[in-house]
Design a protein around this ligand. Structure first.
Ligand SMILES: Nc1nc2c(c(=O)[nH]1)N[C@H]1C(S)=C(S)[C@@H](COP(=O)(O)OP(=O)(O)OC[C@H]3O[C@@H](n4cnc5c(N)ncnc54)[C@H](O)[C@@H]3O)O[C@H]1N2
Ligand code: MOO
Length: 414
């Protein structure tokens, strides 16, 4: 067997782990988070933990859809601009007024948008089709029964499920919850993630680089990815390449962490602090049949905190997060939608991919044309290409060449 480095292996070489197997292993590490009740304003991005049933109908009562006049439609039959109708205006009904006497035949009540329809009225004529009078009003058009009336229960019937358990609470979901009167909701607590990045060459952005140094980017990027996925992130950077220091840095965080994500220090070098520190603690390391993102590890640190070790190359770290961590994080936090949407796209250029590995290339998908254009070469250090991308192309393990115009699956990132 020959790998993609051209290195020949004997029959004793362990097979690469399949992407799907590593995904399942990581998903199994994270238990569902507890349910907590939070005020609506604190629920953005969280998953609803139980169906939300509407205690009231929406609209709760028949009301006007327009500023105008509540009328009996029969009183306006045959009305045209040339043959207007003149009616006395008996009442003024702003939104919220409920003590309105019934509408008498041959009269009108002035009514505002959202105000409850008075008894006896069956339609609203918009103010624009009248002279706008306040004592009496001249009307220039007929109206159908029911015109410009919003019926009680038209949107939601009392007792109906307005949001299903597992719904991700975005602004419009919070809006409907408020509209049916919910002040707080049962939601899954976010997964608490500790992002720990290692590497002695790394320094903080904003400082001056010394020879051989690079700016730390993975920690910030992964913490942001955790938050974007609905998790809570604590970032621990510049942990020295020293096993004792690694355990010491971790210890104070263990009690309030559900998942530890590390970056770097897991490949085949002489100074692989993550591998050295976590081997024997319940974390297992493997090579996944994937590019980028081959060196991976996961497990449970000393029977406690779930751990996922991501490779240090920035694109490998981010792609691995997308493929392995994000779906598991979202499932544990109760979201029904755990996966990024996948579309089929047409390649605007040819590509080659390594045999036996699932390749994730970075691309820009154009929904208008259905085409996808590669952003940068396959190298896992090419972060600017990832930053230009709006999707990941998923090239199956058994595909090595694709011609222009071929169909590929793209995982949409935004
Ligand atoms: N002999 C072998 N060498 C390598 C192998 C292998 O199988 N055999 N695998 C390669 C692959 S694939 C990857 S991916 C990397 C993974 O290496 P590590 O996870 O040990 O990561 P490091 O060596 O610590 O760093 C790799 C690279 O990424 C930069 N880096 C790391 N952390 C950060 C960070 N927080 N911010 C920005 N950049 C970071 C680091 O400077 C290195 O350039 O190993 C290959 N080697
Ligand atoms: O497999 Mo590594 O993750 O390319 O770059």
């Amino acid at each position: 067997m020959t790998d993609d480095l051209g290195v020949s292996h004997g029959t004793g070489t362990p097979a690469l782990t399949a992407v799907a197997d590593h995904q399942s292993k990581i998903a199994a590490l994270l238990a569902p988070t507890p349910v907590v009740v939070k005020p609506l304003a604190d629920c953005l991005g969280l998953a609803l933990a139980a169906d939300l049933t509407a205690p009231i109908s929406l609209p709760p009562f028949d009301n006007s859809a327009m500023d105008g006049y509540a009328v009996r439609s029969v009183d306006l039959a045959g009305t045209t601009p040339e043959q207007p109708v003149l009616l006395p205006v008996h009442e003024d009904i702003p939104a919220g007024r409920v003590d309105v006497p019934p509408l008498q035949p041959g009269t009108a009540h002035r009514i505002m948008t959202g105000a409850q329809m008075p008894p006896g009225a069956d339609a609203v004529i918009p103010v624009e089709r009248t002279d706008g009078g306040t004592e009496q009003v001249r009307m220039f058009a007929a109206v159908q029964p029911g015109a410009h009336v919003r019926r009680a229960g038209e949107d939601v019937t009392a007792g109906a499920t307005v949001l299903a358990a597992g719904t991700t609470l975005a602004p419009s979901q919070l809006g409907v919850a408020a509209a049916v009167g919910a002040a707080e909701l049962p939601v899954h607590r976010p997964v608490r993630v500790l992002v720990l990045s290692t590497g002695s060459e790394l320094v903080a952005p904003g400082t001056t680089l010394q020879p051989g140094q690079i700016y730390e980017s993975n920690g910030l990027m992964l913490a942001a990815a955790v938050r974007e996925a609905g998790g809570e992130a604590t970032l621990l950077r510049f942990v020295p390449d020293d096993v004792e220091a690694f355990h010491a840095a971790l210890a104070p965080h263990l009690a309030d962490t559900d998942l530890l994500i590390t970056s770097g220090g897991v490949s085949a070098g002489a100074y692989e602090v993550v591998k050295d520190a976590l081997t024997g603690t319940g974390v297992e390391f493997t090579k996944v049949a994937m590019q980028p993102g081959m060196p991976q590890g996961c497990g449970r640190y000393r029977d406690g905190v779930a751990v996922v070790t991501l490779p240090g190359n920035p694109v490998s770290a981010m792609v691995s997060f997308e493929v392995f961590v994000r779906p598991a994080l979202r499932a544990a936090a109760g979201h029904l939608a755990t996966r990024r949407p996948v579309r089929q796209a047409r390649l605007t250029e040819p590509l080659s991919a390594p045999a036996g590995k699932r390749q994730y290339r970075r691309g820009r998908f154009d929904p208008a044309t259905g085409g996808v254009t590669l952003q940068g070469a396959p190298g896992s250090h090419l972060l600017a290409g990832l930053a230009r991308a709006n999707c990941l192309l998923e090239i199956p393990e058994d595909v090595t060449e694709l011609a222009t115009g071929s169909t590929v699956d793209v995982m949409l990132l935004e």
